[in-house]
Design a protein. Sequence first.
Length: 206
Amino acid sequence: MSELKEKLPSKEAELNYNVPVIKITPFLESKDAERQTESADAVILITYASGATPERLGEFVDKMIKNNIPVFLVSDNIADNHGILNIKKYETGAKIAEAGATAIEKINAKDVLELMKVIQKYLSEGLRGVALAEKVRDEFSYKPGELKPLAEWETPEGIAHLRESTKWVMQRSGLSGSELDKAMRQWEFGHDKPEEIPPDNNGGKT
């Protein structure tokens, strides 16, 4: 993110435009979001990890877009080192994207201030609506061939730690011997059907 930070205003720069940040909760309704975004120049919605957004907020997003106010979606999963990579993974995310919301790829909620500053920067340059949304989206998009950074739990060390933790929990639950081996192979390969579990070194015999 070093090349991005070079483009950001200084920490002392004033945030002159109205860009409210709204955290999605099970109780947030479109009317609530509208009250928080009166006179907004752009809106940042902190969504669920994959960008999934409750259908009830579709009316709010649609109204913002029709009023030329971009809506930026930011993942709330701060354990990742990236943002929303596949907004269409779930139907609710796909629908909100179709309504015109812009998913942010490179950062998540822990770096929302960076997003805020970039939005402010382009607002100060006169960009609005679709032009603003596209400029900000491009700023935080992965380019072809660019690899996303791994979260701690996605690294070999993180996976090894999770594997040992899972094995410990299984042992505590009473599994041992061949049953434990089978359960661990099932976890390792993500299968949930016995016939799909790869055979062990004994050809599947216990």
